[in-house]
Write a protein of this length. Structure first.
Ligand code: AMP
Ligand code: GLY
Length: 430
């Protein structure tokens, strides 16, 4: 295999981690990231390919195609869900470009919760009881008759904010009004899914898929709430660890057999084979693992703790998925733990200020990886431009050792208003 330029689409910590990992593959000669961020520009060094951010947005599909052709990229990797839901994979494939990710039809597992629920029921995949509505009165009637706690979800993509976990019927009524009447999530809220509210430990299980074969990654745990003790609002994720210490390999095999394999077979039977990363948010209930949601891409910040543990060449894995020969690949993982702690802007996930200078990154040791999300380089100064700013990541022989390294590095980093959780990886009951 000769070495090739590649293109990564996206701008967050997930994409920085993809670029960091792929830069270490001998098959990759140059990395382009669109639009990238303040951390995704580096020159080639021994054993590491150069990376450069290019200001093209993910929805500018024609421009991206022109760029990929001009740069002769050998493989395109799509980070976020929106371009996948918009059909970016179909468009690139139509002009003969090699691209990693599901088709628009397959991405419906994430882009429509109603689609995902119908699919799961049809194919016997364990998930919460549910009903789906466009009419608020019918939804209200069902809710009152159901009589148990619920979760109300906007059908479409809502940047992780369209899920409202309700304690009371009044809260659920308010959630229905917010989505169906006030149109808080726009067209993503044309329909709602109302689900029984489950309880139990959560796991992020991600697998590579070539449409027929799956290869599971190490299981991760995300920390979605903004504040310590799992308090505060839901965020995109404030930190993650891998491997989750409280799931056994027998349980992972069962999840593959009872959740992922039937999903792949079901998608293939519907003539929409699923190629890419499939991510299931799972809850361990008294009746076994159930799917809370599917995502059609790598998780953020799960990717930041999964990929640093991967010993197999990621480029080879992605190409094997695209070429339908994943069965040829054996994934090898480091016998270690990885932790990442997100440094967020003051006020996130609500309103926050931007443009705050970031300092201290030079003082962080080489054994800590600082993946950039909401950063930009302005006249040579690194500044904040987003809610989640940096993901401070470390590997250690134990989870504790990894966490200690991340938290020690954070003491050196500063920007005005910076906040982070101090209990990432701490609330694990084994
Ligand atoms: P989702 O984006 O669908 O994963 O939902 C975000 C978060 O809402 C999940 O990580 C869970 O903590 C919670 N959640 C979603 N669905 C349910 C459910 N049926 N029961 C309890 N909690 C849920
Ligand atoms: N960490 C949650 C997600 O990527 O959807």
């Amino acid at each position: 295999m000769t070495s090739q330029p590649i293109l990564i689409i996206g701008s967050g910590g997930r994409e920085h981690t993809l670029a960091w990992t792929l830069a270490r593959s001998p098959h990759v000669s140059q990395i382009w990231v669109t639009p990238g961020n303040g951390g995704m520009n580096w020159s080639a060094a021994s054993g590491v390919a150069a990376c450069q951010s290019v200001p093209i947005k993910a929805h500018e599909i024609e421009k991206l195609i022109d760029f990929a052709i001009m740069q002769r990229v050998g493989l395109v990797i799509v980070g976020p869900e929106q371009p996948l839901a918009d059909g970016i994979v179909d468009r690139f494939q139509a002009v003969g470009l090699s691209i990693f990710g599901p088709s628009q039809a397959a991405a419906q597992l994430e882009s429509s919760k109603a689609f995902a629920k119908t699919f799961m029921v049809t194919h016997g995949i364990p998930t919460a009881e549910y009903a789906c509505f466009e009419d608020i009165h019918q939804a209200g009637e069902w809710l009152h008759a159901f009589g148990r706690p619920v979760v109300v979800k906007a059908d479409g993509l809502a940047a992780g904010k369209g899920v409202l976990v309700c304690d009371t019927v009044e809260e659920a009524d308010a959630a229905l009004r917010l989505i169906l009447e006030d149109r808080q999530f726009g067209a993503a809220g044309n329909r709602v899914v109302i689900e029984e509210r489950l309880s139990g430990k959560e796991f992020s299980v991600l697998v590579f898929s070539d449409g027929k074969t799956i290869a599971p990654m190490v299981v991760a745990r995300d920390h979605k709430r903004a504040l310590d003790g799992d308090l505060g609002l839901n965020t995109g994720g404030m930190g993650a660890i891998a491997p989750a210490p409280d799931i056994t390999s027998a349980q992972i095999e069962q999840v593959c057999r009872e959740i992922f394999q039937p999903t792949l077979e079901g998608m293939a039977a519907q003539r929409t084979p699923y190629v890419g990363v499939l991510y299931a948010g799972l809850m361990q209930t008294a009746e076994g693992m159930k799917v809370l949601e599917f995502n059609c891409r790598f998780g953020d910040p799960e990717t930041q703790v999964i990929l640093p543990l991967l010993d197999t060449d990621l480029y080879e894995v992605l190409l094997a998925c695209v070429e339908g020969r994943l069965h040829e690949i054996e994934l090898c993982w480091k016998a270690a733990s990885c932790a990442t702690v997100v440094l967020a802007s003051g006020g996130y996930p609500g309103d926050y200020a931007v443009g705050k200078p970031i300092s201290g990154l030079d003082a962080v040791g080489d054994d800590v990886m600082v993946f950039h999300a909401g950063t930009a380089l302005e006249s040579g100064q690194l500044v904040t431009v987003g809610g989640r700013v940096l993901a401070v990541t470390a590997i250690g022989p134990t989870l504790d050792a990894a966490l200690q390294k991340s938290y020690a590095a954070i003491e050196r980093i500063h920007f005005a208003g910076m906040h982070f959780r101090r209990d990432i990886g701490r609330r694990v009951e084994i």
